[in-house]
Design a protein around this ligand. Structure first.
Ligand SMILES: NC(=O)c1ccc[n+]([C@@H]2O[C@H](COP(=O)([O-])OP(=O)(O)OC[C@H]3O[C@@H](n4cnc5c(N)ncnc54)[C@H](O)[C@@H]3O)[C@@H](O)[C@H]2O)c1
Length: 388
């Protein structure tokens, strides 16, 4: 088991991230250890897909530790990460008489985690949250850092709160049922974390990716992952350590910061990714897949501005290729993407703040006014090309 302790400087708080195979069976014991003897009830927030797969391990373990378990399932899908679903969950908690000493367990991907986390942040002004992420993206990214929230008709993640979990329990064996595209999406985010975080993390990720036999994953999931168990836990731990280090340095994403340690650099690849998702009505790409292309466009802009060497961009391209096949993007009208970019919520005071690269392992935030529209178009063209 890999163990990471996250210490938040601003408050004297800390929590643990535990990573290993089969950890869901010790959820009850771990929850009891961090919640203490007073906690009586836990609401297990999940969706039918995930709950059907892991209910047994999680539920039995919680019961064995003396908790009364109340499952609450939301429909599967990003569009249910909404205020309406949140309202239903909050009503459930109050109707069931949940108290401040009780807790919420989020069992699922980033959608479940964000919604359950926001409910935990707001119900009775805050109850304990335990994250049990079951997608790669949620394990290396969404479950660490305390960002919670929901989408509104005006945009993604527009309403939310910072609410740190009390424990993050990552059971790597849950990834064996993950559909291949979800896996690719998660690996793209991993490449992103390496690209902005450190050359070591980037190389470690690429090395692991080169060793994966993606053919083991069908549309429904993998048939065997045992061979990867140890390495998988190690690479996930490395990414959690990186994410936690970013959070500790800039817990609430200070808007005034634009240095290379600002939490904002986690948005590398996201400016173009959001535009791609918008112009394809969120139907063509999984989020991480769009980030894969977004990184290549941002990388190409960085090269055109003379801040990134061509050889580094090639490394980035090779890394994205290792994540698995991406849906094509070279048939999307460039002017539509440019229009969507201009509307993005990350536009600050009228300009986009681009996260670019100086080298693998070091990001730089650049004001959109410094990027010639012709450079943007040619980088879009280059970055959105099909990856062989
Ligand atoms: N809070 C943060 O810091 C943060 C960071 C990144 C992303 N996010 C959010 O995360 C969300 C995306 O998360 P996601 O990519 O995990 O998507 P998701 O939660 O929609 O999960 C993807 C799909 O996989 C299924 N699934 C989950 N675990 C499974 C398993 N083990 N086996 C089989 N199927 C499984 C889900 O039911 C779903 O259909 C977005 O809403 C995004 O905004 C939040």
């Amino acid at each position: 088991v890999q163990l990471i302790t996250v210490r938040l400087k601003a408050r004297e708080e800390c929590y643990e991230i535990k990573i290993g195979e089969g950890l869901l069976s010790s959820l009850g014991h771990e929850a009891r250890a961090c919640l203490g003897p007073k906690a009586r009830r836990v609401a297990v927030v999940s969706n039918p897909t995930v709950f059907g797969l892991f209910e047994k391990h999680a539920g039995q373990s919680l019961q064995a530790a003396g908790f009364t378990v109340r499952p609450w399932l939301m429909p599967d899908g990003e569009r249910y990460k909404s205020l309406r679903t949140l309202g239903r969950l909050l009503s459930f908690l109050s109707d069931a008489g949940f108290e401040r000493s009780d807790a919420i367990v989020a069992l699922g991907g980033g959608v479940v985690g964000d919604l359950a986390g926001f409910a935990a942040a707001t119900y009775m002004r805050g109850v304990a949250l335990i994250n049990g992420p079951t997608t790669l993206l949620a394990q290396i990214d969404a479950s660490v850092g305390g960002k919670t929230g929901v989408n509104t008709p005006s945009g993604k993640n527009l309403v939310g709160a910072f609410h740190q979990p009390r424990l993050v329990l990552i059971d790597t064996s849950t990834l064996s049922t993950l559909p291949r595209r979800e896996l690719t999406s998660g690996w793209c985010e991993a490449v992103k974390q390496g690209a902005i975080g450190s050359r070591t993390l980037f190389d470690q990720t690429c090395e692991f990716l080169s060793s994966i036999d993606f053919s083991l994953w069908s549309k429904e999931g993998a048939t065997q992952t045992e061979v990867y168990a140890t390495q998988l836990a190690e690479i996930i731990a490395a990414h959690c350590r990186f994410k936690a280090s970013m959070v500790v340095r800039d817990e609430k994403e200070d808007v005034a910061r634009a240095d290379h340690c600002s939490r904002r650099i986690l948005n590398f690849g996201h400016t173009v990714a959001h535009a791609l998702e918008t112009v394809t009505n969120y139907r063509r790409f999984r989020h991480g897949e769009a980030v894969g292309y977004g990184m290549l466009v941002a990388g190409d802009i960085s090269k055109s501005l003379g801040i990134l060497a061509a050889s580094e961009l090639e490394l980035l391209r090779a890394a994205v290729r290792l994540c698995g096949r991406l849906p094509r993007a070279d048939d999307i009208e460039l002017s539509e993407i440019v229009r969507a970019l201009a509307r993005d919520k990350k536009v600050v005071e009228g300009t986009i703040k681009w996260v670019l690269l100086e080298r693998i392992g070091r990001a730089r935030i650049v004001d959109g006014r410094e990027i010639d529209p012709r450079v943007l178009r040619s980088s879009l063209r280059a970055g959105l090309q099909r990856l062989s």
